[in-house]
Design a protein around this ligand. Sequence first.
Ligand SMILES: Nc1ncnc2c1ncn2[C@@H]1O[C@H](COP(=O)(O)OP(=O)(O)OP(=O)(O)O)[C@@H](O)[C@H]1O
Ligand SMILES: [Mg+2]
Length: 141
Amino acid sequence: MFKKEIIVQTLAETAEAASEFANVIKKGSVITLTGNLGAGKTYFVKALCKKYNILNVSSPSFAIVNTYSGKEIVHHFDFYRIISVNELYDIGFEEYISDEEAVVFIEWAELFEEIIPKKRFQINIDFINDYKRKINIEERK
Ligand SMILES: Nc1ncnc2c1ncn2[C@@H]1O[C@H](COP(=O)(O)OP(=O)(O)OP(=O)(O)O)[C@@H](O)[C@H]1O
Ligand SMILES: [Mg+2]
């Protein structure tokens, strides 16, 4: 089971951590990201997607989900603005989450914990100060 905790001091160090973590996941992986507003969840996904040659990552908070395609297909969710779980079912969450051909990232996943697969990588990012973050990655089964 993969488990890692790192303190990063710069954006570049977060990008490096994300890039290394890209080697751990594969098609069908689900990665949930938690941490306060501005902790760096989107930044982490953005940096990781660079490894897939995906350069158009943006926060999906209004759209709920963005799909990108490069060396891998990526579904990128943000649950922050969702009020009812039905909004997720309406956009076909079940299909996205069970897409074995894609890597799925979910920001603010803890808001709808009940629909998140148990088998996943959970990433928590703690804001320490301007550039310093504690990144905790834990594989769950
Ligand atoms: N070490 C770092 N790692 C990641 N982001 C950092 C770091 N240092 C500074 N930042 C800045 O923190 C901000 C993180 O924003 P980001 O949108 O990634 O946060 P988020 O966790 O996705 O927030 P939200 O909950 O609103 O979705 C960016 O402006 C980024 O430049
Ligand atoms: Mg975000």
